[in-house]
Design a protein. Structure first.
Length: 606
C-alpha cells in the first residue's frame, strides 16, 4: 500500500517537474498568465491534474505523509546496516514541498499548515522533534528550488536547472540524515557504539537546542526564498477571495430552493450563469461540500460527512500518521472543487485501505459479529446462513452489476457515436454536401437525444419551422439551456411568431453576463420586429420593439454594474447592441427615458 501511494503521488510530482524542466510535453501542466494576482511568478504548476489548487493540495498531503514517516525513523535507519532506509523514505519529501510551492495555492498552503499542526499534536517526544526538523529541511530545499524556478517563470535552462535540482536534493537528503541523528538520544547511540556511559543532561539539552535551531533556520531560509519569488505578495491579495465569497453567496441562495434533497446532479454547472450576481467565471462551485449539498441536499451531504468521519476515526485509532494527509485533503475540499476529481476519491480510499492493511486488528468476517440484540443492527450476513443462499445472493448481485455495466456501456457507445456523426456532418458541410450533413446530424440526435450541441447543430441547417420543433424536443431534456432558448427564439423570430420574445428574454436571463447572448437576443427581437412589419402587424411590431428596448435597458444596467467590480467575463455593452436599440426605438416610438444617456456616449463609454 505504501509503494502504491508513492507511485501515485510521486509519479504525479515527477511528471510535473519533468514538464517544468522540458523533459515531457504535458499540455495544461503549467498555467501561464500575466495576471499577478493569479500567479506571482507568471506561471503556476498544475501537473497532470491541470489545476494548480488541487495539485497543491495533493502535494501537501503527500509531503505530510513522508514527513510523518520520517518522524518514526531514528538515526539508525540512515545507516548502511539498515540499508539506508531513512534516505529512501525521505527522498520525495523536498520534491513534494517544491511542487506545493510551485502551485502557488493559498488554500493548499493553509491546509498544509493545518495538517502539519495536526501532525505535531499527534506525535510525541522524539518523533515530534524529528518531525519538526525534517519539515524544516524539506521546506528549505523546496523553497530554494522554487525561488530559482519562479525567477525563470517555470522555464529554466534544461542542464543548469537539472544540475541545481540534483545538488539541492542531494543536500536535502544529507541534511535529513543529520536531522534524524540530531534527534536521536545520545544514550542510544552510545549503546550502539559499545558503551553504556550516560550522557550529561546539559549536553543532551544543548544537542536538542541545536537541532531545533537547525530546523528553525531551514524554515526561515525557506520563508526568505519564497518571499524572493513573490509568493507572499500573492498570498495577501484578496480579490479572488472576495470573488469566491460572491460565488458562495449565490450557491447558498440556490440551495434554499431545495435544501433537503438538492436540485440534482451537476446543477451548479448548468445553472450558475442564470443566478450569478457578478460576471465571474465559475463553472465549479469551489467547495466540494457545497457542491454535494446543491446536488443531493443536506441529507446527502450528511451521509457523505458521516462516511468521511468514520474513515477519519479509523485512522485515528489504527494509523495516526496518515491522519495529517487526510486532513489536508478534506480541509482543502471545503474551499475548492477537489471532489470533482476521481483522483481525490482514489486517495481517500487508498488511505483507508492502507490503514486497514496495516492495522494489527483485522476485521473479521464471522457472521456472529453482525448479530445483535438491538433492533436495527441485524445485518444481511446474519440472515444469509447457508452456502446456497449466499451463492444465490451473489449471483443476483453479479447479474444486477452486469446489467448496470451493460447499460452504461451501451449509453457511452451511443454518446461517442453521436459525437462522431456530428464531426462527420461538420466535414460534410465544409465539403458543400448539405443533404449529407443533415442526415448525419439527424442520426446524431437520434443516438443521443439529450445532447444539446447536436440539436443546435441540426437546427442551424434546417428551415425555421423544423428547427423550432427540434429545439422544443431538446428542451424536454434540458429546460435551462441558454443556447436552446436562444436558438428557439431566433427560429420563431424568423417565422414572425411573437412567442419568440419569451424565449429570447429567457436566454438573456439564463446567461445574463454574456455579451454575446445579450446582443444575439436583441438581434432576434429586431428580426421579429422586421417580420411583423413586413406582415402588416404594426401594433404587434410596436409592442415587440418596446420589449426590445426593455431588454436593452436591462443589458445597460448589467453592464454598469459589471464595471463596479471584478469582471472575469469581460462583460460590456457592445456597439451592435446600441445600434439595434436605436433602430428599435425608431420602430416602436419608445420615449427617450429608456436611455440613461445618449446612445453615442454609451457606445464610447462601454
Amino acid at each position: 500500500m505504501e509503494r502504491g501511494w508513492l507511485l501515485l503521488t510521486g509519479g504525479l510530482a515527477v511528471t510535473s517537474l519533468a514538464a517544468v524542466y522540458g523533459g515531457l510535453s504535458l499540455p495544461g501542466a503549467i498555467l501561464r498568465t500575466e495576471d499577478r494576482e493569479l500567479a506571482a511568478a507568471g506561471a503556476r504548476l498544475g501537473g497532470l491534474l491541470q489545476y494548480p489548487n488541487t495539485f497543491g493540495a495533493v502535494m501537501a498531503a503527500a509531503m505530510l505523509e513522508r514527513l510523518t514517516a520520517l518522524a518514526r525513523l531514528p538515526g539508525a535507519a540512515f545507516t548502511r546496516a539498515a540499508g539506508w532506509r531513512g534516505y529512501w523514505t525521505g527522498v520525495l519529501a523536498p520534491v513534494f514541498a517544491l511542487c506545493l510551492l510551485l502551485s502557488e495555492s493559498r488554500g493548499a498552503l493553509a491546509a498544509a499548515a493545518a495538517g502539519w499542526a495536526a501532525g505535531c499534536l499527534l506525535l510525541r517526544g522524539r518523533e515530534r522533534l524529528r518531525y519538526a526538523l525534517q519539515s524544516g529541511v524539506a521546506a528549505g530545499a523546496g523553497a530554494l528550488l522554487a525561488a530559482q524556478l519562479a525567477a525563470a517563470q517555470l522555464a529554466p535552462p534544461a542542464l543548469p536547472g537539472l544540475l541545481s535540482l540534483a545538488a539541492v536534493l542531494a543536500a536535502a537528503i544529507a541534511l535529513s540524515g543529520l536531522a534524524a541523528r540530531a534527534a536521536t538520544p545520545e544514550r542510544a547511540r552510545g549503546q550502539r557504539a559499545g558503551h553504556r556511559r550516560a550522557v550529561p543532561r546539559h549536553r543532551r539539552h544543548r544537542r536538542h537546542a541545536a537541532a531545533a535551531l537547525l530546523g528553525a533556520a531551514a524554515l526561515a531560509a525557506g520563508a526568505v526564498l519564497a518571499a524572493a519569488g513573490g509568493l507572499p505578495w500573492r498570498l495577501t491579495r484578496a480579490a479572488t477571495l472576495f470573488a469566491r465569497g460572491e460565488l458562495y453567496a449565490d450557491a447558498l441562495r440556490m440551495l434554499r430552493e431545495a435544501p433537503w434533497f438538492g436540485l440534482g446532479g451537476d446543477v451548479w454547472r448548468t445553472m450558475f450563469r442564470s443566478i450569478q450576481s457578478r460576471p465571474y467565471v465559475g463553472s465549479e462551485v469551489h467547495s466540494g461540500y457545497l457542491d454535494f449539498a446543491l446536488d443531493l441536499g443536506i441529507v446527502g451531504l450528511a451521509v457523505m460527512l458521516c462516511w468521511l468521519g468514520v474513515i477519519a476515526a479509523a485512522l485515528y485509532r489504527s494509523n495516526r500518521r496518515l491522519l495529517p494527509a487526510l486532513c489536508v485533503l478534506l480541509l482543502h475540499s471545503a474551499i475548492d472543487f477537489d471532489m470533482s476529481y476521481g483522483f481525490f476519491w482514489l486517495l481517500i480510499l487508498w488511505l483507508e485501505a492502507w490503514r486497514a492493511n496495516s492495522s494489527s486488528e483485522r476485521p473479521s468476517c464471522d457472521p456472529k459479529l453482525f448479530r445483535s440484540n438491538r433492533p436495527g443492527l441485524v445485518l444481511v450476513p446474519s440472515l444469509v446462513r447457508s452456502h446456497a443462499a449466499q451463492a444465490r445472493l451473489r449471483a443476483v448481485m453479479m447479474a444486477f452489476l452486469a446489467l448496470v455495466l451493460l447499460a452504461g456501456g451501451i449509453s457511452g457507445l451511443r454518446q461517442a457515436e453521436s459525437l462522431r456523426m456530428q464531426r462527420l456532418a461538420a466535414s460534410a458541410s465544409e465539403a458543400a454536401r448539405p443533404a449529407e450533413a443533415v442526415r448525419l446530424l439527424e442520426r446524431a440526435v437520434a443516438l443521443a437525444p439529450a445532447r444539446a450541441q447536436a440539436r443546435l447543430a441540426l437546427a442551424a441547417v434546417l428551415p425555421p419551422a423544423e428547427a423550432a420543433e427540434v429545439l422544443r424536443r431538446g428542451m424536454a431534456y434540458e429546460r435551462g439551456h441558454p443556447g436552446l432558448e436562444l436558438a428557439l427564439g431566433l427560429s420563431l423570430a424568423k417565422q414572425g411568431d411573437p412567442a419568440a420574445l419569451t424565449h429570447l428574454r429567457r436566454a438573456a436571463e439564463l446567461d445574463r453576463y454574456s455579451r454575446a447572448v445579450q446582443t444575439a437576443a436583441l438581434r432576434g427581437i429586431s428580426l421579429l420586429v422586421d417580420r411583423l412589419d413586413a406582415d402588416g402587424r404594426t401594433e404587434q411590431s410596436r409592442l415587440a420593439a418596446a420589449e426590445g428596448i426593455k431588454a436593452y435597458r436591462s443589458y445597460v444596467l448589467l453592464a454598469e454594474r459589471a464595471r463596479e467590480g471584478r469582471d472575469d467575463r469581460d462583460f460590456r455593452l457592445t456597439r451592435e447592441a446600441v445600434s439595434l436599440a436605436i433602430l428599435l426605438e425608431a420602430r416602436g416610438g419608445v420615449p427617450s427615458s429608456y436611455f440613461p444617456e445618449p446612445a453615442e456616449s454609451l457606445s464610447d463609454r462601454f
